[in-house]
Ligand binder design. Structure first.
Ligand code: HEC
Ligand code: HEC
Length: 343
């Protein structure tokens, strides 16, 4: 056959069409994976919320596809074809400017989402997600219902658990700071309440902690630790007012009778640094207090706890302690010791 321009164009079109048929049209008709046991149909409200998600282009920044290598993102397990059985069109997405949302359900309670859509900087001061404060009322409720169903039946049950736990948290919040802290302490493992702090409340630790506090906590707990960050308006129970904790007269629960000050545990306040470590690591399920597991390494959690205790709850500083290079700056150690590598 003679290779005229027309033959070439016809041939190319034929090849293109057959590839499109094999890869796009046929699969879209015949590929119907059965739903996985974890998948369920959407409710009417969730579908309305999905509409809001699509209209606002959330998919440009958020994927919905947990991959096998995504361990550690709190995702559970990798996405299966049957997980998308009720999605049309699917919202897998290709960009991850924000976290993957495939199993978002129940990762945060509803009030956290409400504050986050009002302004993401309220819950995460360094977030670059745009504010969606123009999504109001029913629309925002629907959008949140949609997010809380991501992750199928497991996501839904996590979200319901958050709602159940919230009831108790609100009840104890309303009883006042003393009872609230005592209740929260009763939910923490005893070993953690009494965990001695490996990072002394040194000047350096408090300075490092201050930077972390501003970057991660201030939107909720407020610059002055009084729980009056901009997110407060939207949260119930509201963020802990640390300045009330000492005044409330609540004391750490001690197995032995009598209260005495132990500087290694810095037990001036009812919230010990072991308790802070635990709640920062795992969050307080049912409340907006998020988990920082996987975001803040161990030494940073101790540092931010030291800052919270020292700045807002009357913990004492140990000016003669700290990392060797900090002490050198303060001339607290000899020239000879300065050459030692930091412990
Ligand atoms: C410009 C990119 C961008 C867009 C658009 C965007 N987000 Fe985000 N999103 C982010 C980033 C970055 C984060 C992480 C920081 C934070 O928590 O705000 C995030 C976090 C989130 C989280 C919290 C995830 C978690 O588990 O902590 C949710 C839920 C969320 N976005 C939902 C949405 C929804 C719904 C929309 C559309 C209405 C949207 N996002 C649009 C960038 C974006
Ligand atoms: C999105 C809002 C939010 C952010 C961000 C947040 N918290 Fe909280 N936090 C809360 C709420 C709400 C409570 C109160 C829960 C209650 O009273 O039931 C709380 C409670 C606490 C408590 C009291 C725990 C107890 O057992 O008494 C500590 C300590 C705490 N937060 C520390 C921090 C630190 C440190 C950071 C930053 C690394 C932080 N929080 C970030 C919302 C937040």
């Amino acid at each position: 056959m003679k290779m005229t321009p027309i033959t070439v164009a016809l041939g190319a079109t034929l090849i293109f069409l057959s590839v499109a048929l094999a890869n796009v049209l046929i699969p879209s008709v015949v590929f119907r994976p059965p739903p996985t046991p974890n998948t369920r149909p959407y409710t009417a409200q969730e579908l309305e919320g999905r509409e809001v998600y699509v209209k606002n282009g959330c998919v440009y920044c958020h994927s919905q596809d947990t991959r096998p290598m995504d361990w550690g993102e709190g995702s559970g397990f990798a996405a299966q074809p049957g997980d998308y059985a009720y999605d049309s069109p699917h919202l897998v997405g290709s960009a991850r400017n924000g976290p993957d949302l495939f199993r978002e359900g129940g990762y945060h309670p509803d009030d956290w989402h409400w504050a986050h859509f009002e302004n993401p900087r309220y819950t995460r001061p360094q977030s670059f997600m745009p504010s969606y404060s123009y999504i109001k009322g029913v629309e925002r409720r629907n959008l949140i219902a949609y997010l809380q169903c991501l992750g199928g039946r497991m996501g839904t049950s996590r979200a319901n658990q958050q709602r159940e736990l919230k009831v108790n948290l609100v009840k104890y919040y309303e009883k006042g700071a003393g009872e609230n802290v005592a209740y929260l302490n009763s939910t923490l493992p005893n070993d953690w309440l009494a965990m001695p702090n490996p990072e002394p409340v040194s000047r350096g630790s408090v300075e490092r902690g201050r930077v972390l506090y501003v970057a991660y906590c201030a939107g909720c707990h407020g610059e002055h630790g009084d729980g009056r960050g901009p997110a407060k308006t939207y949260l119930n129970p509201p963020p802990m007012d640390f300045t009330l904790v000492q005044a409330s007269g609540a004391r750490p629960q001690e197995p032995t009778s009598g209260y005495h000050y132990d500087y290694r545990k810095n037990e001036v306040s009812a919230i010990t640094n072991g308790a802070i470590y635990y709640v920062v690591l795992y969050g307080i399920p049912g409340s907006a207090m998020p988990q920082f597991k996987g975001q803040l390494p161990s030494e940073k959690i101790w540092d931010v706890g030291n800052y919270v205790g020292w700045a807002f709850m009357g913990w004492k500083m140990e000016p003669d302690s700290g990392r060797i290079e900090e002490l050198a700056k303060l001339n607290k150690i000899s020239k000879k010791d300065r050459k030692k590598p930091p412990a």
